[in-house]
Each structure stands twice: as C-alpha cells, then as structure tokens.
Design a binder for this molecule. Structure first.
Ligand SMILES: [Zn+2]
Length: 178
C-alpha cells in the first residue's frame, strides 16, 4: 500500500450514499508523505504549480467514491477546495490579498505557538537534567537562580513524579490555547 497525504476539507461533506460526515480525504497527487494539508498551506514537491486537481472524495463508512473535490493550487499554495469544477475555475485566478495575508498570519501564529511550546519543554528538561545530575538535590533549588522553569520544576519535583507533571503541563498549555 502506497503512501498518501490527507486534505482537511474546508467544510464537512455529507456522503451522498450513506450520509456519513466526511471531514478529510486522501490524495496521492502531492508528496505522499502522510502529511496533512489544509487551505492556506504550501504544497511542496507537487507536479502542479498553478492549476486544479480533481480528487475522489472517499467515504470510509460505505466506501463510496463517486463524489469529487477540486483542489486549486496557486503558486504551490493550496487556495481552495470545491465540490464544483466551475467554482474552482472561477476562483483560481482571483485570490484576494487579504486572504493571502490571513494564511501567512495563521502560519506565523502556529510557528510562534510551537516555538513557545518547544522552549518550555527544553527549559524544563534542561533544569530537570541538571537536577538529576546534581550531587545535592536537597539544596538544588536554593542555590540556583530561579528561572520560571526552575520554579515550575520545584513544584513538579515535590509531587514525586516530575516527568508526569512536565507532560501534563505541556498538554494543559494546548488545552488552554485551543
Ligand atoms: Zn458513505
């Protein structure tokens, strides 16, 4: 079985055969690296730079694939997913600059979020490693300049399971932000 990529639909599609709600579909037209794509993403390693890709819309519940979607690419940017070819053709060359900016903004916000999360993880792990290596754990937090990560880790160590707390703290951050 070959690899594929997944396209997240702009709006859920109701299967015309069984009524199942389809929220994404697979394609082999892109890089086939099990990546997820949504509108506003750059599609790398794709044969089509600007154009329309016709793709089957597969229903996992009844295995119907008689419906199609039309994916528009503009300079490798996935700009739209349409159920009618005529709509895809109409929209392809009329990209609004405001919409382009929104795509950039979303990517920037996602990058900032991931960077923030990574920094938090890296700082906590670094301090925890220093703590584990420390010859005198009882005074570790007293002797040290207390960074935010230090303060957090001190609490985590007190619970007896700091690694669990680190994982929960990262998961919590996701919930808080979504
Ligand atoms: Zn179906």
């Amino acid at each position: 079985m070959g690899l594929f990529d997944t396209i997240i639909l702009k709006e859920p599609f109701t299967c015309t055969s069984c009524g199942n709600i389809i929220i994404n579909t697979q394609t082999k037209a892109f890089s086939n690296t099990l990546s997820y794509y949504q509108i506003g993403d750059i599609v790398k390693e794709n044969q089509i730079i600007t154009g329309i890709i016709k793709e089957d819309l597969f229903c996992e519940q009844c295995h119907d694939s008689s419906s199609n979607i039309y994916i528009t690419l503009w300079n490798s940017l996935l700009t739209g997913i349409y159920y009618k070819r005529s709509e895809a053709e109409k929209e392809l060359f009329h990209i609004d600059s405001g919409i382009l900016l929104n795509h950039i903004l979303r990517h920037q916000e996602e990058a900032e979020y991931i960077t923030e999360k990574y920094n938090k993880l890296a700082n906590l792990i670094r301090v925890y490693y220093e703590y584990c290596e420390s010859s005198n754990k009882d005074t570790f937090f007293e002797n040290k300049f207390m960074s935010i990560a230090c303060h957090e880790l001190k609490e985590f160590v007190n619970t007896g399971n700091p690694l669990k707390c680190i994982v929960e703290s990262l998961d919590k951050k996701v919930e808080d932000d979504t």
